[in-house]
Design a protein around this ligand. Structure first.
Ligand SMILES: Cc1cc2nc3c(=O)[nH]c(=O)nc-3n(C[C@H](O)[C@H](O)[C@H](O)COP(=O)(O)OP(=O)(O)OC[C@H]3O[C@@H](n4cnc5c(N)ncnc54)[C@H](O)[C@@H]3O)c2cc1C
Length: 474
């Protein structure tokens, strides 16, 4: 058996970024006294940081404090696959959930984010490897062929068919010659980034713009009063408005217990082997994903590595986030084996690192935003369900609007006005989801192996859809 992949210290992306002074940036020591601000932001991922950016855009004089328990980008924002795309891939579920007008508005609004992130990187001198290579969804089994038809149907209904291109198996092979890839669908309006460079670059620009960032500063108690009160080990922040950008860590807040749940996603990255990428003909910068519910997502790097991830994993009942969400050896081995199967020219290229991270899953698979608290001064943006790199940029615009009590197009979007879907209550939910989630993966794996999916597995895998959740197979 090959050696287990090395657990990355943080993620390979963060290791790469933090080794460079321009991304490590100046220190942002923990909060060590009481302070007051106009807005306090909890969480230094993309959501919290883009909110800070757009708050300053709205009001350059605003005083913003951002509290991060780890380092900015230490969570999923510095660990993800770097797929930087809007919601074109979600068009079927969006139409079903929001109806035509709202789905179209959301598609167009979030559709701007990848380009705007690219332009932001350019304007601010942040080299986040922004590559507009498109999003290539491929069938990896006969069962998966044509699984894009619902997407195409919904795109036709909304009049956005131009965004999608069907590819024959031969056309897919011209873009990425994996022996397991069949036909596919290309969405041109998608980019990919080095996620930790984006997160750290954003952090450092925020510091330059006067955002007060405190890293190593966990919020240990929060009061949704006016002012909102965020207690940390070194001091308390009082602020008129608060923004919750805690991702998966918000799952156990009373307000979100029924609307969020946690999954794990795990990645590996190979050593650089640009000649093997050439062999695969995968030199166009496309991000590649399969059409499984427990999705594989892969992208190449400018120096010729492949980073591959697998979603829909959970080491246990997922009732808390522990070290197994940073690294879990069985999952690391599994993803490494999948990489060799999907991209055989890389089978003997060493895996350089493996890591994971928690995904905050919502029932509609779309993020939800809103304001809570007796005074309406606590605002949240959560539930990206594994697609937050570009949507959190839109999320920052929405949250900045909410936190300044603006009544504008952002605060009226359906991801704000529509109540998120609720999950079944505990104690059914965690064990139920573990069983269903395993069935979903087993179904996907059997299909990929050309094996029959048993009736029980098929029935279990479809339970989420029967409950009205946009999760799992139809
Ligand atoms: C392995 C993996 C691969 C992914 N791949 C993709 C992809 O390719 N494309 C895509 O679009 N999305 C992807 N995602 C999802 C994407 O990373 C997230 O949707 C996005 O980063 C969410 O950003 P966020 O700011 O909302 O949350 P996070 O990045 O989770 O930020 C929340 C922050 O809150 C901090 N925090 C927690 N508790 C406290 C506390 N008590 N006090 C203060 N701070 C606290 C955490 O340390 C963390 O930094 C992936 C996620 C993972 C894990």
């Amino acid at each position: 058996m090959p050696a287990a992949p090395r657990p990355a210290e943080r993620s390979w992306w963060l290791e790469e970024a933090l080794a460079r002074p321009e991304f490590a940036g100046p220190p942002a020591p923990p909060l060590s006294r009481d302070t007051a601000a106009d807005v306090v932001i909890l969480g230094g991922g993309y959501t919290g940081m883009w909110t800070a950016w757009f708050l300053k855009e709205r009001d350059p004089g605003i005083d913003v404090v951002l509290l991060e328990s780890d380092i900015c980008g230490g969570g999923p924002s510095g660990r993800n696959g770097g797929f930087c795309d809007g919601w074109w891939g979600h068009v079927g579920d969006m139409l079903h959930t929001y109806g035509e007008a709202d789905a179209l508005e959301l598609l167009m609004t979030c559709g701007r984010s990848p380009s705007e992130i690219g332009a932001w990187c350019e304007d601010n001198g942040v080299d986040a490897w922004f590559t507009r290579g498109g999003d290539l969804a491929v069938a990896t089994s006969p069962d998966a062929e044509g699984r894009w038809e619902g997407t195409i149907e919904a795109a036709r209904t909304l009049g956005v068919l131009e965004e999608y291109r069907m590819l024959s198996a031969e056309e897919v092979q011209e873009r990425c010659a994996s022996p397991v890839f069949g036909g596919g669908m290309l969405i041109a309006d998608a980019a990919n980034v080095q996620p930790a460079r984006l997160a750290r670059g954003l952090r450092n620009v925020l510091l330059e713009r006067g955002i007060r960032i405190y890293e190593g500063t966990p919020v240990t108690r929060f009061g949704a009063s006016k002012p909102a009160v965020a207690e940390t080990p070194g001091g308390t922040v009082r602020a008129g408005e608060a923004v919750i950008g805690l991702g998966a860590w918000a799952t156990w807040w009373k307000a979100f217990r029924r609307t969020l749940t946690v999954r794990g996603s795990y990645m590996v990255i190979t050593a650089a082997a640009p000649e093997r990428l050439e062999e695969l003909r995968w030199t166009g910068g496309e991000q590649v994903r399969d059409l499984r519910s427990s999705i594989h997502y892969a992208r190449a790097t400018p120096d010729g590595r492949i980073a591959l991830g697998l979603g829909g994993l959970q080491p246990d009942l997922a009732r808390r986030i522990d070290h197994r969400y940073d690294f879990h050896e069985p999952f690391a081995r599994r993803v490494a084996a999948d990489l060799a199967r999907l991209f055989p020219p890389f089978a003997d290229v060493p895996i350089e690192a493996a890591w994971g991270g928690p995904i905050n899953v919502s029932g509609f698979t779309m993020p939800f935003f809103g304001s809570t608290g007796r005074h309406g001064n606590v605002h949240h943006g959560l539930g990206y369900t594994g697609n937050g790199v570009a949507p959190s940029h839109l999320g920052g615009k929405i949250l900045a609007a909410l936190a300044t009590h603006a009544d504008d197009g952002f605060t009226r979007l359906a991801v704000v006005s529509r109540e998120p879907k609720r999950f079944p209550p505990e104690p059914i939910r965690s064990p139920g989801m573990l069983i269903v989630n395993r069935a979903i993966r087993r179904k996907d794996d059997r299909e990929d192996a050309g094996r029959r999916v048993g009736r029980v597995i098929g029935l279990l895998a479809r339970i989420p859809r029967r409950l009205g959740l946009n999760l799992g197979p139809r």
